[in-house]
Design a protein around this ligand. Structure first.
Ligand code: ADP
Ligand code: ADP
Length: 230
């Protein structure tokens, strides 16, 4: 039961090759960490999976959808199956916490009563229920990231993609975000997380896929390198 399959995927930005022949498979329900040095292609790999960028070559299947075959009309359907979390949160500053999270469900055409119920339920799980009516700029980074995780999961996506979700957080906030990701994994989501955070990798017990220069390499744990944190 595979949720992601990539076959010999290349991605070039002009003259820069960001990915050079990446093939991988991710089973539904897995936790997978994408690791590797800065510039290795981690963000690019995630962007290809939610079709924020197009592959230059190769095939990508996400939850049974062939990304090179789906058109603009099917893109919202793909995006509904995926929740995305960024290092810099990407919340809308001029909307309340509630509205930031509700947006996904509004776009999916859910009824206001159901939206209220689901949004408050994820905010409660994230421990930020009492912040529902405030605006993101008044929150700490850790709180903002918990809002972003809430937004990513509120539509019950099959796949959660996170790009360095703890990189701009203090250790305690990072811990809370890890716990939250673990909770939503427990509810059935597949997690694909690009990170340098060794603590998260050992804690969430995922499989590691290491990228180097745009290609899949040997995981750090097996290459004799000393593990580093964050
Ligand atoms: P990582 O997330 O591992 O740091 P990225 O996927 O961000 O790596 O980048 C991989 C390579 O592609 C880098 O050389 C980077 O400079 C380049 N790159 C990424 N995005 C763009 C872009 N929009 N335009 C040009 N080059 C890019
Ligand atoms: P576009 O189709 O023009 O990229 P979207 O509204 O779909 O516009 O996405 C806006 C931004 O949010 C994109 O740049 C993308 O990086 C990001 N994004 C796309 N899909 C999701 C998602 N499911 N969850 C969170 N962010 C997303």
């Amino acid at each position: 039961n595979l949720i992601v399959r990539m076959f010999d995927v290349y991605k070039a930005y002009g003259k820069t090759s960001a990915l050079k022949g990446v093939s991988l498979e991710i089973a539904a329900g897995d936790i997978v960490f994408i690791t590797g040095p800065s510039g290795a292609g981690k963000s690019t790999l995630l962007k290809l999976l939610y079709k924020a960028e197009l592959a230059s070559q190769g095939q990508i299947l996400v939850d049974g959808l062939n990304l090179s075959r789906i058109g603009a009309r099917q893109l919202p359907e793909l995006r509904r199956r995926i929740g995305v979390i960024f290092q810099d949160f990407k919340l809308i500053a001029g909307r309340s916490v509630f509205d930031n999270v509700a947006l996904v469900l509004e776009a999916a055409g859910e009824k206001p009563k159901m939206i209220e119920k689901k949004v408050m339920s994820v905010l409660r799980t994230a421990g930020i229920e009492e912040k529902a009516r405030v605006f993101p700029p008044s929150l700490s980074g850790g709180e903002q990231q918990r809002v972003a995780v809430s937004r990513a999961v509120v539509g019950s996506p099959r796949l959660i993609l996170a790009d360095e979700p703890t990189a701009s957080l203090d250790p305690q906030s990072a811990e809370q975000v890890m716990q939250l990701l673990e909770t939503f994994h427990g509810k059935g989501a597949t997690l694909v997380i690009a990170t340098h955070n060794r603590r998260m990798i050992s804690r969430l017990k995922g499989r590691e896929i290491r990228l180097e220069g745009g290609a899949v390499g040997v995981p750090e744990d097996f290459s004799g390198e000393k593990a580093e944190e964050c």
